[in-house]
Design a protein around this ligand. Structure first.
Ligand SMILES: NC(=O)c1ccc[n+]([C@@H]2O[C@H](COP(=O)([O-])OP(=O)(O)OC[C@H]3O[C@@H](n4cnc5c(N)ncnc54)[C@H](OP(=O)(O)O)[C@@H]3O)[C@@H](O)[C@H]2O)c1
Length: 270
């Protein structure tokens, strides 16, 4: 399915995640996409088989998408999906909205084939990771289409347990933000040690970019790559003694992931 030509698609929300996924579908040679997004910025997505319309009412008559992808903020989901149920007969409904459950979606798309997914922003460079769960009774072909759409922007893991989507949202959905924060903090600490601003920024960015590339290229796990940097009685050892103290990064990461997981569960209840 991954290499098959994609059917016409209806994308609700052409923001950060929606546009990132659209770029992946374009690369896969999607025939036609209608994007519903009232914002002026979304007009930039139009062209090459992609139309942008401001509302559901403006979707061209007779348009029959093979999939409807829901990529609006969870807080506006209720109003935004109103009027979309008519597409659910022909289309698989793929939601990437944080916290919005299959049960909630089933109430808005009665009888529809629903897939709930959590991608992340590296999707914009086809380096994303998405975890997805198909609702009960989703036919294999529709599940495969959803997997192909998500796989156009990176790796996909299909799971059976929807409850995993809350911690997944915390770990990989939000994960890029924690990595970017690391770049910011490294740059700020470099400045504090007297490194000139331009060089501090360059060091912080390239250290994270290079480390990610090394991780990708290596067959060693992260802890082995960390040990390779850490000379006995050297400088890194001193830094890691601070960072790896249980009250420092280990505790902060546990609390951060628990807080985001709890927020994902809260979003489910509106
Ligand atoms: N960003 C992430 O890292 C990430 C990762 C995984 C999943 N998600 C999920 O992806 C979804 C979208 O997030 P995002 O970060 O892409 O948000 P976003 O950039 O704000 O995109 C949402 C888009 O929907 C538009 N919109 C507003 N009302 C609409 C309506 N009634 N119908 C159609 N479009 C409407 C918005 O336009 P305006 O800006 O003009 O309001 C915006 O362009 C969320 O549910 C989020 O939980 C996000």
């Amino acid at each position: 399915m991954t290499d098959a030509v994609l059917p016409p698609l209806l994308l609700l929300g052409g923001g950060k995640m929606g546009s990132a996924m659209l770029a992946g579908w374009r690369e896969r040679g999607v025939s036609r996409v209608v994007v519903i997004d009232p914002g002026a910025e979304a007009q930039a997505l139009a062209g090459d088989g992609v139309e942008v319309v401001p509302s559901i009412g403006a979707v061209p008559a007779g348009f029959a998408p093979g999939a409807v992808i829901l990529a609006v903020k969870p807080q506006m989901a209720e109003a935004a999906v109103d009027g979309l149920a008519r597409f659910a007969g022909e289309a698989v409904i793929v939601s990437i909205m944080a916290g919005i459950t299959i049960n909630w979606l089933a109430g808005r798309f009665p009888g529809g084939a629903i897939v709930r997914a959590m991608p992340n922003t590296p999707a914009a460079v086809r380096q994303g990771i998405t975890v997805a769960v198909a609702g009960a009774g989703v036919a294999p072909a529709r599940r495969a289409l959803a997997e192909a759409l998500l796989g156009a922007v990176g790796d996909v893991a299909m799971v059976d347990d929807e409850a995993l989507l809350d911690p997944v949202t915390a770990v990989s959905g939000g994960g890029p933000a924690y990595v970017f924060l690391l770049v910011e903090l490294l740059e700020a600490a470099a400045l504090e040690q007297g490194i000139p601003a331009d060089l501090a920024r360059r060091l912080a960015r390239q250290t994270v970019i290079g480390s990610a590339a090394l991780l990708a290229a290596s067959d060693q796990p992260a802890d082995a790559l960390r040990r390779a940097v850490t000379s006995p009685k050297g400088t890194t050892e001193r830094a890691l003694a601070v960072l790896m103290d249980d009250a420092a990064w280990p505790d902060a990461m546990r609390r951060a992931i628990a807080a985001a997981t709890a927020r994902s569960r809260e979003l489910a209840s509106g």
